[in-house]
Design a protein around this ligand. Structure first.
Ligand SMILES: [Zn+2]
Length: 584
């Protein structure tokens, strides 16, 4: 008896729609590869039509209309043929991955085969009729990355948008899978280049404290000549860089928040100037890159809505509005609880939403979150130990959906974050697929697959570690965190090398937790000698002490691992840090 059957008919080959593009052919290869890993059955892939005894991969229309959501996929068995369908090419690929997960127990926990779970299966019996229907509640699910491995991991978990450069390996991997390319982001300095212009035309540049001063970011936008240069260079950029699916129109990400202080520029607020530029740039993008969605952003200088400008070009039809406000929020309580920094974030959010309503905005809305801790206020030891509050992320995701927000993204800014385990990043991507899924059910899924016989012990350990890291720091709290190290060793003796390694990764994480609590305690006690002593192991932790174990588990060094220390300690702001009620 064949190991794979469809409505009782043995399945012996994979056929792809003859006219299909690369993502569908790639989907067929992926299906073949994982069926072989799981079942030990190698099915040949060839172009062709649907027929008995075949998987047939293609895009489709009406069959999918009954499914709600974006990137709709359907696997259905008819006359002995397994039809693998998507409403676009990437959704055919998503159908393959969803089927592997639903029917063979495959899991894609992190980038690279070492973080995947492909259990050996005896058979795959697909009954006649619909086998699987899937889709995503958010139209845009974004990850900023430069790594092809990360794009691969993300697509396997239904990610569909990649923020990357157009010419790197991530863009190649994204195109191969039919994902959307988003960018370029912070590129305004190209549009009014100080090197080429400042000497002859200092008046084009911002007036700061009475002097024209290039800031690598903005210009004297009230000068019509400057706006003409800006738009000409934007047009030239778009011609030289075709390929964006989402054109992210962001000012440069530098400290100086000012545009220009000249009399004419000072007549309007910064957000007014930004939306003025949006309204002039959007038609240029529509002409030069007609397929691209135009993205505008509420961030830094544009966190508040305009006061005078009240309209967006074409009522923002086809635009994407990006709320990038969360860098001052409290990440350990749901946004709507309005604790600590979250109150100002929700206030700015509501002000912009009401401006958009008044402007009769007809575009889409996306939110970027900041659990990566690259910005102030920088959470305390639990945050620095990358123990994300998944229950909070679930609440926030459900809130965004209820607000009619159709895009989600996060400044994960990690190519790999499988430390202490990949649970955080993996479960976040599952919430983007289904925000109603409970964290407990995600844990039920993750721990046995990732830790095998050590699952129960590890889950219990991580849950208690999260609690103890979240408690206010004190000598007793430090001791409670420290003694947990003994428990990891007693969880279970492992004779499996992969599990041994995963356990070792968790041990290094515990060591880091102790170190963070020690530094925090030294801050509290104002013990300069002690924290100076701790700085050495802190700085050496990833790059030297644990590099061997952690390579491939977390980026080395992790992005923004030291920002809080540098900002607070070197600027003498330790007391402000420990007395911040949102930190522990
Ligand atoms: Zn000016």
């Amino acid at each position: 008896m064949s190991k794979i059957t469809a409505g009782g008919v043995p399945v012996t080959r994979i056929a792809v729609q003859e006219s299909c593009g690369e993502p569908v052919r790639f989907a067929a290869e992926e299906l073949s590869r994982y069926l072989e890993s799981s079942l030990g059955v190698a099915l040949p892939v060839a172009p062709g039509g649907p027929g008995a005894g075949a998987f047939h991969l293609s895009t489709a229309g009406p069959e999918l209309w009954a499914i709600q959501g974006s990137d709709r996929s359907l696997v259905t068995v008819r006359d002995g043929c397994v039809r693998v369908l998507g409403d676009n090419e990437r959704s055919v690929l998503f159908a393959v991955y969803d089927l592997l997960q639903a029917r063979l127990g495959v899991r894609f926990f992190g980038p690279g085969p070492e973080h995947e779970h492909v259990p050996a299966a005896q058979e795959l019996r697909l009954e006649a009729g619909d086998v699987l229907k899937s889709s995503s509640p958010f139209a845009y699910r974004d990850y900023a990355t430069g790594s092809a491995d990360t794009v691969d991991f993300f697509a396997k978990n239904r990610g569909n948008t990649v923020m990357c450069s157009l010419d790197g390996e991530a863009a190649v991997a994204a195109r191969r899978r039919g994902l959307l390319l988003r960018g370029p982001g912070h590129v305004w300095s190209r549009f009014v280049p100080a090197d080429a212009l400042f000497e002859r035309h200092p008046e084009y540049f911002p007036l700061v404290d009475g002097r024209r001063t290039p800031n690598g970011r903005t210009a004297c936008f009230s000068n019509p000549q400057v706006r003409r240069i800006f738009l000409d260079n934007l047009r030239a950029y778009l011609r030289a860089n075709p390929g964006w699916d989402i054109f992210a129109f962001w000012a440069e990400d530098v400290g100086d928040p000012r545009y220009c202080g000249c009399e004419e520029c000072s007549r309007m607020s910064l957000p007014d100037w930004y939306v003025t530029l949006v309204n002039e740039a959007a038609p240029v993008v529509a002409e030069e890159a007609p397929r691209a969605v135009f993205e505008l952003i509420a961030y830094h200088g544009t966190r508040q809505p305009p006061q005078q400008v009240g309209k967006l070009w074409r009522n923002g039809e086809g635009m994407l509005f990006n709320f990038c406000l969360g860098y001052t929020r409290d990440i350990y309580h749901p946004l709507t609880a309005e604790t600590h920094g979250s109150a100002e974030v929700t206030d700015m959010y509501r002000q912009w939403r009401s401006w958009l309503d008044r402007a009769d905005f007809r575009g889409d809305i996306l939110v970027m979150d900041y659990v990566n801790l690259c910005e102030a206020p920088n959470q305390g030891p639990r945050g620095r130990a990358l123990l994300w509050p998944m229950d909070v992320l679930r609440e926030d995701t459900r809130f965004y959906l209820s607000e009619g927000i159709v895009g989600v993204g996060n400044w994960f800014c990690f190519e790999r974050l499988c430390w202490p385990t990949p649970f955080g990043i993996w479960s976040w991507l599952q919430l983007w697929k289904d925000p109603e899924r409970t964290i407990e059910s995600l844990k039920d899924d993750f721990y046995p697959a990732y830790f095998g016989p050590a699952a129960a012990g590890l889950r219990d350990y991580v849950e208690r570690l999260e609690e103890r890291m979240h408690e206010p720091t004190s000598p007793a709290n430090l001791e409670r965190v420290r003694t947990m190290g003994n428990e990891i060793g007693t969880i279970l003796p492992m004779d499996d090398d992969r599990l041994q390694h995963r356990l070792q990764v968790v041990r290094t994480h515990h060591e880091y937790c102790v170190l963070l609590k020690e530094i925090w305690l030294a801050f509290q006690q104002n013990d300069v000698e002690r924290w100076t002593q701790l700085e050495k192991p802190f700085r050496a932790f990833f790059e030297r002490t644990h590099r061997d174990v952690l390579t491939g588990e977390i980026d080395i060094p992790p992005n923004w691992a030291y920002t809080w220390y540098d900002w607070r300690v070197e600027r003498g702001a330790v007391q402000a840090l420990v007395s911040d009620p949102s930190l522990h």
